[in-house]
Design a protein. Structure first.
Length: 340
């Protein structure tokens, strides 16, 4: 393991003013996205859409890395350039989603465990040869009556740690993603408690597996009210609670926190990130690793029509620009109406 190289890559991914595009939707997930705009989910259409995002002029000013799905890692642009090479040539670091999805956890109704450790060492070697320099593994934690159970939190933390150790062995920076889901009517206080408990377990396991924290990134949920909670916390409370929670349980050795949007609207996800950075410097960079919150506008603009490519790229650039400003705490609602 080259700790210095891993640390350099991790810090590059959370460079000032930049964040990560999560373009790693599985085939079933991107089919749902394409269904929403009435576009057939073929390999050709998926490749064309991703090429639209990856070739957006100037977006490298705000996007440091892109998480790819395995299909995309192996695809090429219309000029024959492999996507990882296309991104790297623009100074954008290619990454890869490596988990095999969250499945029901045996004996624990309502809870899930992420699979994909079998054969991971060999897959990571292949992904690195194809150009990937970081990876991502997502675990999901459900809040409900009597959930999550300690066993579920521990099982997912253990899998995340084993994954992270294998990534570092292969020379890839692991993005560790324990997502406490927004689904439910729970309060922000309940989310705070569960998030802290989950992160504490994750870092205990990472330590146990001798994972070099300076060579990882954390991709967590924000501390936020459940989607069905009758009282929704405002932007400032979400920011305060999230930062306070992380100050208790996230070691300073971690270079950066790249938040997931987790079902938030594009504007709210940006506003929350902005409010956190406006609180002042923290031990770790507070950045983003957004999927839908970066892609929703360009996807709706594109609608599978090549004639809309430029407009879709403008929409993507605008969302990336807004989140780049949020990295400095300088985003404002006025930016949403500005001409890009």
């Amino acid at each position: 393991m080259d700790k210095a190289a891993l640390s350099t890559t991790a810090r590059s991914l959370v460079a000032k003013g930049k964040g990560i595009l999560a373009a790693d939707e599985s085939t079933p997930t991107i089919k749902k996205r394409f269904d929403s705009i009435q576009v057939e989910s073929t390999a050709e259409n998926r490749g064309a859409y991703r090429e639209l995002l990856f070739t957006t002029a100037g977006v490298e000013e705000f996007i440091s890395g892109v998480i790819l799905f395995e299909e995309t890692l192996r695809q090429t642009a219309s000029d024959g350039t492999a996507f990882p090479r296309l991104l790297a040539d623009r100074g954008i670091i290619p990454g890869i989603k490596v988990d095999m999805g969250a499945k029901p956890m045996a004996g624990f109704p309502g809870e899930k465990i992420t699979e994909g450790l079998d054969g991971l060492r060999e897959r990571l070697s292949t992904y690195r040869e194809l150009g990937a320099r970081f990876a991502k593994w997502r675990a999901v934690i459900t809040i409900a009556h009597a959930l999550p159970t300690p066993a579920n939190i521990l099982a997912n933390a253990h899998a995340l740690a084993r994954y992270a150790a294998l990534c570092q062995e292969a020379g890839l920076v692991p993005i560790v993603e324990p997502e406490v889901l927004m689904d439910g009517a729970h309060t922000i206080e309940r989310c705070d408690t569960v998030t802290a408990r989950t992160l504490q377990s994750v870092f205990e396991e990472l330590f146990r597996f001798q994972v070099a924290l300076e060579g990882i990134l954390l991709k967590p949920n924000m501390v936020i009210s459940g989607l069905d909670c009758p009282v929704q916390a405002d932007v400032e409370e979400v920011a305060r609670r999230t930062v306070a929670c992380f100050q208790k349980v996230v070691p300073a050795a971690v270079p950066g926190v790249v938040f997931l949007s987790g079902g938030q609207s594009a504007r709210i996800a940006t506003a929350h990130l902005n409010a956190m950075n406006a609180l002042g410097d923290q031990p770790w960079e507070l950045s983003f690793s957004y999927g839908r919150a970066l892609q929703e506008d360009p996807l709706k603009t594109w609608r599978g029509d090549a004639a809309h490519t430029q407009a879709a790229q403008q929409a993507f650039y605008h969302r990336a620009q807004c989140n780049g400003a949020a990295r400095y705490g300088e985003y404002s609602e006025a930016m949403e109406n500005a001409v890009t």
